[in-house]
Design a protein around this ligand. Structure first.
Ligand code: HEC
Ligand code: HEC
Ligand code: HEC
Length: 434
């Protein structure tokens, strides 16, 4: 006879197998449904080259800037849209492919229908499920006519023959079965909205501009929360935290207004500070090119979103704090006076228009302190944009300060000017961001 433990194990394994089979069946059925709806007759291939409707191409170009397609589909220093950019995920690295009309390595043989399948349903021309690092959870909201305009634009680009490196993903993210399961659990193609149903701001924020791809929380399997709430997440790699939206205002500036957000997205700078790090890239490559009325719609929609629960929890977490007289605070104060006060002021008050105040600054107070640590180590450079061509930068201190010193100065500026209850930034957080 089987010992009891083995029997239980056997039963568990059988139950798991049944559940997996059911989930897979659900996946296959739902995808068949979707494909049935979507496939229909093949739409005529848009001819690459000058025959294309210039207005459609121009519209597609605008949309590609809002969608920031080039960011993930251009290798560093490589030709635009020819693929090869490495996108980090918690499960490994995937590469955005070649979107130019090259027949062998790009979208040369694609129809606008194939393209729509990819954006709307996360499925490649050959039927392969695509990795959700390609933000089709968001792009699924895109309307068909916008997809067609994007396709027309991409087909108008010069062909570049360049193969894309193979993804390097861990099991099971590297299998089609794994992706099918993931889709069954978390992905439903969206009903693309009619203009009356969804306002422009929501259409951009949830859809094409994919703000929630970074600012929404994700679960352990990398799916965005179903509600796309903007409750913030630590991005893969652990060096950047996309904070909750709507953002908290600087104490001196009050709450963010629509004008503040438009300025931030258009120029990279606002009364509440500059867009730094990854967000500087979003501004440079995408939002600065978007016209002001669209940014206005996006901004007012974002500012209307409910304050995420995560933020309230942070504000209430009165973690046991560092006593003012502790060695860490003494060290932090000394380092601040030596390295930072010349720009940010003796009392962290900053210099208007040049050096941000560190007192009453929600970015300094934020938990996790990921971005604060990174800014001290790597420096802070707001983007140079047409609207703000010559920003002041902050020098990096990573080679000047030891990790325990970075931690001490960060703890000091939090504790001294942003709330006695704020937690200590530890040297371990500096060494191991995750
Ligand atoms: C955050 C990064 C990211 C952004 C932004 C992004 N993509 Fe991608 N895209 C990817 C990755 C990664 C893949 C590859 C997925 C895979 O192979 O499983 C991909 C795949 C695709 C594919 C399928 C290619 C194929 O061979 O199957 C198309 C089409 C595509 N993207 C178009 C776009 C368009 C159009 C935009 C802008 C509206 C865009 N992408 C923006 C990362 C991105
Ligand atoms: C690729 C990831 C990514 C995308 C996409 C993205 N953001 Fe961000 N965003 C970040 C990060 C990271 C930060 C924090 C930057 C820093 O270090 O100061 C940030 C900061 C911000 C802030 C400032 C928040 C604060 O509390 O100071 C605003 C506002 C913002 N983003 C709005 C947007 C909007 C609107 C979109 C869509 C158009 C968007 N973001 C898309 C990553 C992203
Ligand atoms: C040479 C002047 C200079 C020095 C020295 C300097 N900073 Fe900065 N710092 C800046 C500027 C300029 C910015 C804003 C960057 C931007 O907005 O483009 C900034 C931004 C910051 C921010 C981000 C604030 C925000 O609202 O996003 C923090 C935090 C910060 N500095 C902390 C420090 C600390 C800690 C030190 C000392 C270790 C220091 N700085 C030294 C000039 C300086």
């Amino acid at each position: 006879m089987m010992p009891r433990r083995d029997r239980r194990k056997g039963l568990l394994a059988a139950a798991a197998a049944v559940i997996t089979a059911l989930v897979l069946l659900a996946a296959v059925v739902s995808d068949l449904n979707v494909r049935g709806q979507l496939q229909g007759p093949r739409v005529a291939v848009l001819q690459p080259g000058p025959q294309q409707d210039p207005a459609l191409v121009a519209r597609g170009r605008e949309l590609s800037l809002i969608g920031h397609c080039a960011a993930c589909h251009t290798a560093p220093g490589g030709p635009a849209y020819a693929g090869g950019h490495a996108v980090q995920t918690p499960f490994g690295t995937v590469y955005g492919g070649n979107l130019t009309p090259d027949v062998q390595t790009g979208l040369g043989q694609w129809t606008s229908q194939d393209f729509w399948q990819a954006l709307h349903n996360g499925q490649s021309r050959d039927g392969r499920w695509l990795n959700p690092a390609f933000p089709y959870e968001n792009f699924s909201h895109i309307r068909r006519e916008d997809s067609d305009a994007l396709f027309a634009y991409l087909q108008s680009l010069p062909s570049v023959q360049q193969s894309t490196p193979a993804h390097s993903l861990r099991f099971p993210a590297n299998t089609q079965l794994g992706l099918a399961l993931w889709r069954a659990l978390y992905f439903r193609p969206q009903e693309p909205p009619t203009s009356a149903q969804m306002d422009l701001g929501e259409y951009l924020g949830r859809g094409l501009a994919h703000c929630s791809a970074c600012h929404a929380s994700r679960n352990a399997l990398g799916a965005q929360s179903a509600t796309h709430d903007f409750s913030g997440q630590l991005l893969p790699g652990g060096r950047a935290y996309a904070p909750p939206l709507p953002p908290l205002g600087h104490a001196d500036a009050g709450a963010w207004t629509v004008e503040d957000m438009v300025a931030y997205l258009k120029t990279g700078h606002s009364r509440h500070g500059a867009a730094l790090g990854v967000m500087a890239q979003v501004v440079t490559g995408s939002t600065q090119h978007v016209d002001a009325s669209a940014l206005q719609a996006l901004s007012s929609w974002i500012l209307q979103q409910p304050a995420p629960a995560a933020r309230l929890a942070t504000a209430q977490a009165a973690a046991p704090s560092v006593p003012e007289s502790s060695a860490v605070m003494v060290l932090g104060e000394r380092l601040y006076t030596e390295h930072c006060a010349a720009c940010h002021g003796e009392h962290g008050q900053g210099v208007a228009g040049m050096y941000p105040a560190l007192a009453g600054n929600p970015r300094v107070a934020r938990d996790p302190a990921t971005n604060l640590i990174r800014i001290i180590q790597e420096g802070g450079f707001g983007p140079a944009t047409a609207g703000h061509p010559r920003p002041f930068g902050m020098p990096p201190f990573g080679h000047v300060l030891q990790p325990h010193e970075v931690a001490a100065v960060a703890t000091f500026i939090r504790r001294q000017w942003n709330g006695a209850g704020l937690s200590e930034v530890t040297p371990l957080q500096v060494i191991k961001p995750r």
